[in-house]
Design a protein around this ligand. Structure first.
Ligand code: RB5
Length: 150
């Protein structure tokens, strides 16, 4: 994996539905020598994704981590929560080309994965593509500049 983002610490957050995939991703990051900070959850016990998404989003906004991965069952709940933060652009990706475009066109700083809809092997491919792709800038930056609600 070739991390293109500012530093090499990746934040991780999930609910119970994403816990097992989060653990698999941790193993993959370790195998690649990539540091991470795990904001939980820490078991398969039922929990509420905002409790883990908000601290992880704040860490991205504060540059404690360079980017993050958020995981829940569908990906939607945790993506909606993360995207409440002004400094977050979280994109839900279920296949590698979406991950490439979400970085190249949207400069996403959080990859969101739907744990109940993708196999772990595919999830790791998506992670790899997401963190290997640069933002293209240009016309896409103009569009990002128009995103905030004034
Ligand atoms: C948990 O059962 C599930 O609702 C959650 O992981 C997520 O899919 C919500 O968006």
């Amino acid at each position: 994996m070739n991390i293109k983002l500012e530093n090499n610490v990746i934040g991780l957050c999930s609910d119970h539905a994403g816990y097992e995939l989060k653990e698999i991703i941790k193993g993959y990051l370790e195998s690649q020598g990539i540091a991470y900070k795990d904001f939980g959850t820490h078991s398969i016990e039922s929990c509420d994704y905002p409790d883990y998404a908000h601290p992880c989003a704040l860490a991205v906004e504060n540059h404690d981590v360079c980017a993050a991965i958020g995981i829940c069952g569908t990906g939607n709940g945790i993506a909606m929560t993360l995207n409440k933060h002004q400094g977050i652009r979280a994109g839900l990706c279920w296949e590698p080309e979406l991950a490439r475009l979400t970085r190249a066109h949207n400069n996403a700083n959080v990859l969101v994965l739907p744990a109940r809809f993708i196999a772990p092997e595919l999830a790791l491919q998506i992670v790899d593509v997401f963190f290997s792709t640069d933002f293209e800038g240009g016309r896409h930056q103009r569009r990002l500049d128009k995103m905030p609600v004034s």
